[in-house]
Write a protein that binds this ligand. Structure first.
Ligand SMILES: NC(=O)c1ccc[n+]([C@@H]2O[C@H](COP(=O)([O-])OP(=O)(O)OC[C@H]3O[C@@H](n4cnc5c(N)ncnc54)[C@H](O)[C@@H]3O)[C@@H](O)[C@H]2O)c1
Length: 339
């Protein structure tokens, strides 16, 4: 079989994409791209075997490239995704895959029209071994029916807001940048979708810096089956990068903080919880989503995070941003990708 030729735009996290594509037997790297000349020089020195360019349109318009990995700044994802799909390429886009509902709409329409093209996004928390085990336990009924789910995306990298592109682009949302991971995780763990949200936020931590947006957002959410939840995107916290998760079921509770991850099956404090012994986040599955994306192309199957799931997570994030602006409770308006 002829190998799939891969182009990658943006060589920050994009370098991790590169390492996943390099390992894949169906892929060969066709072109790396970064519009920062010094970054590109660094990449060229590290990977002299690959072609590299400064201008993303060179990668997108190259007819020999079949797969495009988009790891540029958030504000470029929409235009690059549209151009790549129009050029007949499969697209693996970093999150958020766009910044506005109208953009998501346009991408959805294009995916619907070009069904042979695969699309997914790097919603990586699904590949964490600890969460895979948690999902198995939930599915096996060990926690009983769930009734409340909480996730805090503790970013812990405030300097990336105050010193980098996140503070310079026209709009940056910690909900789109981090909350989206928690939304997808809670959807995937529970198998239920969020239908209603309320949200509040602030920028107390970064006030007076060049970062002009909320660095802290918290949303109360309600799921279709009545479950409640809380999702926070806490970008300025004095805390290492971490995902705090609490899942409450009628028969058991899962709780993970920086130090512990435990299952509680008793209300008696003398009963020891059952510790989860998986290393966290556990890198054994690094690159799994990209491997699954390539398998989806090769087998004409669904990627591990399907286009619909990518859009579902983003639809909740749009509703949270709307709720922040209006101060009102907002119903999530889901978009159907394939009509
Ligand atoms: N899924 C995840 O867990 C995860 C983790 C980190 C970053 N991200 C996402 O990846 C994207 C990049 O973030 P990062 O942390 O790697 O940033 P970064 O600043 O570390 O790296 C981005 C690189 O892309 C280059 N670039 C940006 N726009 C470009 C364009 N239009 N054309 C060519 N090169 C371009 C920049 O010069 C830079 O070298 C963001 O959308 C971010 O949300 C996702």
């Amino acid at each position: 079989m002829k190998k799939l030729r891969v182009g990658i735009i943006g060589m920050g996290i994009g370098e991790k994409h590169l390492q996943a594509f390099e390992k894949n037997r169906y892929c060969e790297i066709a072109m790396l791209c970064d519009f920062d000349a010094s970054k590109l020089a660094e990449i060229k020195a590290k990977y002299p075997q690959y072609s590299a360019c400064l201008d993303a349109s060179e990668v997108i318009s190259d007819p020999r490239i079949n797969v495009l990995s988009i790891a540029s700044y958030d504000n470029f994802h929409f235009a690059q995704t549209i151009a790549a799909l129009e050029a007949g390429k499969h697209v693996y886009a970093e999150k958020p895959f766009c910044l506005y509902r109208a953009e998501a709409d346009r991408i959805g329409k294009l995916l619907n029209a070009k069904r042979h093209l695969k699309f997914s996004s790097n919603l990586v928390l699904r590949t964490v071994p600890r969460f895979k085990e948690l999902r198995k336990k939930i599915r096996a009924g060990e926690l009983g029916p769930l009734f409340h789910l909480e996730g805090d995306y503790n970013y812990g990298r405030v300097e990336k807001l105050t010193n980098g592109w996140r503070g310079q682009i026209d709009f940056y949302s910690p909900v789109y940048g981090g909350g989206v991971h928690i939304v997808d995780l809670l959807h995937w763990l529970s198998g239920e979708k969020i239908t209603e949200v309320q949200a509040i936020g602030n920028n107390i931590s970064t006030k007076g810096t060049s970062f002009r947006y909320n660095d802290m957002v918290t949303a109360l959410v309600k799921f279709e089956n009545g479950m409640t939840g809380k999702i926070s995107a806490n970008f300025a916290c004095v805390y290492p990068h971490f995902h705090k998760i609490n899942i409450y079921g009628t028969k058991g509770t899962f709780e993970q903080d920086m130090i512990h991850a435990n299952y509680y099956f008793s209300r008696d404090k003398d009963d020891k919880p059952v510790a989860d012994l998986n290393d966290y986040p556990g890198h054994s599955t690094r690159g799994e989503l990209i491997a699954g994306f390539i398998d989806a192309i090769v087998d004409d199957a669904q990627p591990l995070v399907t286009p619909q799931e990518v859009f579902d997570a983003m639809s909740v994030c749009f509703a949270i941003e709307d709720a922040l602006k209006s101060g009102e409770k907002v119903k999530v308006s889901y978009m159907e990708v394939y009509k």
